[in-house]
Design a protein around this ligand. Structure first.
Ligand code: FAD
Length: 493
């Protein structure tokens, strides 16, 4: 309709075609207007229109909008909407919907070709056939304080289709997720009692709603927390995300949590996130491929000196600066080990001495000794390391093992296999090297390169191009089962 409106020459018809009217200013209507605010620019750009030509209208029969929240919060929401060009019409009841306009009770009609109806939630009409009392307004099934259907104590009710009003509350249980979960929990108590035939006393239903968040688009929200605190803007949007994160944690789904982050923050289009697009950019990772080859090759090169030649880590000479081992070896171990350890100790000591006169720099300084991040293991780290590497035998195994890990990681990065994970491990390794007193400030860029390469760089000219989709498919089946549509398997004639 917007495309047709953009080509329409009759001004009145054009205006009506470019008008979105949302009926109802509950959570759904106000959130929908928020989405339209953000899509208006996109629609205008795609249809070569001036955004101001697209009218957004919120029509509400009551004197105020978003009547589930307190006045302070709805005031803020209204201000935000108006600032973004939404025309809010209160005390306006839509009485008739026609093709090119809607009629209002006692007011001029609104010329519009698009009406989105969000006024009121009615229970599914099927519930009428259940023979249970329903409330006249939304057709919801009437429940008592134990979530039993009125006059039928072995039928339990829960969720949106249930109506129960606590004696001290002005309205029935709200049709929100928390309401659904809490009524379900109460119904379950009753069902268990009925099945077990026990005389457990069940407490009457008492709703407790932690927070209500109304997002007006992706960058603004208003919220009431525990019915005490008002939160708006950035914090309220973060609160909304936190509620969603909590859901994924509750269902133990790291995969969906990760996907949520990607969709909501890192892969959003048209700046549609609370950081206004600063954290997201859709683009290919081709430009990071040379860096990936370089970084992988650099780790391989680092390993090369450790696997061969006089500096090899695959001998019985300790290369790691573990003072507690070198001291112990000097005082009591066999001569051969002692010699090796002493030479290792002296190397560690030399490096410490060198580090002492190092100069801090993040780039190479000609003729100057670079500074170590830590010239000596911090005490807390030494205590932990001592637990895992208490003696020479373990230390020698560890230095060989670490070299093997480095080689695997380097190959993974170079060939783009499990690139995210491999780079995350290199960050871990760099941190461990820093804490072990073996890493210069001048090489700290390795952390930032690894972070940059975690952005899917193995998907281009790398094995992850095949491996990651394969894993997603097979791990997804294994963890979540086969996803099927509701109607799968239903034969149609
Ligand atoms: C646009 C929108 C936004 C919302 N946003 C929020 C929000 O941000 N926060 C919040 O807390 N709440 C929100 N809600 C409300 C929330 O979605 C509901 O309160 C909640 O889903 C109710 O759960 P329920 O299990 O009772 O019903 P539903 O989640 O609706 O589940 C009912 C299920 O029953 C199935 N069904 C229906 N009829 C039949 C039948 N005859 N046979 C078999 N199956 C049937 C349906 O397909 C559906 O899967 C929103 C609702 C809408 C519409």
């Amino acid at each position: 309709i917007i495309r047709r409106g953009a080509a329409e020459l009759d001004p009145a018809k054009r205006k009506a075609m470019l008008t979105f009217t949302v009926c109802g200013s509950g959570f759904t209507g106000s959130e929908l207007i928020g989405e339209l605010i953000e899509y208006r620019d996109v629609l205008a750009r795609d249809n070569k229109l001036d955004p101001s030509e697209i009218t957004l209208q919120l029509v509400e029969a009551a004197p105020t909008i978003i009547n589930m929240l307190n006045r302070t919060q709805t005031g803020k929401a209204a201000k935000y909407m108006e600032k973004h060009g939404v025309k809010i019409m209160t005390n306006s009841m839509i009485t008739e919907v026609c093709e090119d306009h809607v009629n209002l009770k006692g007011k001029d009609p609104i010329p519009t070709y698009t009406l989105i109806w969000t006024a009121g939630v009615r229970a599914n009409s099927i519930v009428k056939k259940f023979g249970i009392e329903t409330n006249p307004r939304g057709g919801r099934l009437m429940a008592n304080e134990f979530m039993q259907a009125k006059d039928c104590n072995n039928i339990f009710l829960a969720g949106d289709s249930t109506s129960y009003q606590e004696p001290d509350q002005p309205r029935p249980v709200p049709q929100i997720v928390q309401g659904a979960e809490e009524t379900a929990a109460k119904a379950v108590e009753g069902i268990i009692k009925n099945v077990d035939q026990t005389d457990v006393t069940i407490k009457p239903f008492k709703g407790a709603y932690q927070a209500s968040v109304d997002s007006i688009g992706s960058k603004y929200a208003v919220a009431q927390v525990l019915e005490k605190w008002n939160v708006s803007g950035f914090i309220a949007v973060l609160l909304k995300h936190a509620i969603n994160w909590m859901y994924y944690v509750q269902i133990f789904s790291g995969y969906y949590l990760f996907q949520y982050f990607m969709h909501e923050f890192f892969r959003t289009r048209n700046n549609r996130n609370v950081f206004r697009g600063w954290v997201s950019r859709a683009g290919n990772v081709l430009w990071s491929v040379p860096l990936r080859f370089f970084y992988g090759a650099m780790w391989l090169w680092d390993c090369w000196t450790k696997v061969q030649g006089s500096e090899s880590w695959f001998t019985d000479k300790l290369r790691l600066p573990f003072e507690w081992i070198t001291v112990a070896a000097t005082s009591g171990a066999s001569q051969a080990t002692k010699a090796a350890a002493t030479s290792g100790a002296s190397e560690a000591a030399t490096s410490t001495a060198k580090a002492a006169k190092g100069v801090f720099s993040l780039s190479y300084m000609y003729g100057k000794e670079p500074l170590m991040v830590f010239d000596k293991m911090p005490h807390w780290f030494e205590s932990i390391t001592k637990v895992f590497i208490p003696n020479m035998q373990m230390a020698l195994f560890f230095q060989k093992f670490m070299t093997c890990v480095e080689i695997v990681i380097a190959l993974c990065i170079f060939f783009g296999l499990f690139t995210w994970f491999a780079n995350a491990v290199t960050i871990g390794l760099v941190v461990v090297f820093c804490l072990s007193g073996m890493f210069y400030w001048v090489n700290i860029w390795m952390i930032f390169v690894a972070l940059a390469l975690m952005n899917g760089s193995g998907r281009t000219f790398g094995l992850d191009y095949w491996v990651v989709p394969w894993m997603q498919k097979h791990l997804g089946h294994w963890w979540y089962g086969n996803v099927r549509s509701h109607y799968d398997g239903v034969k149609t004639r």
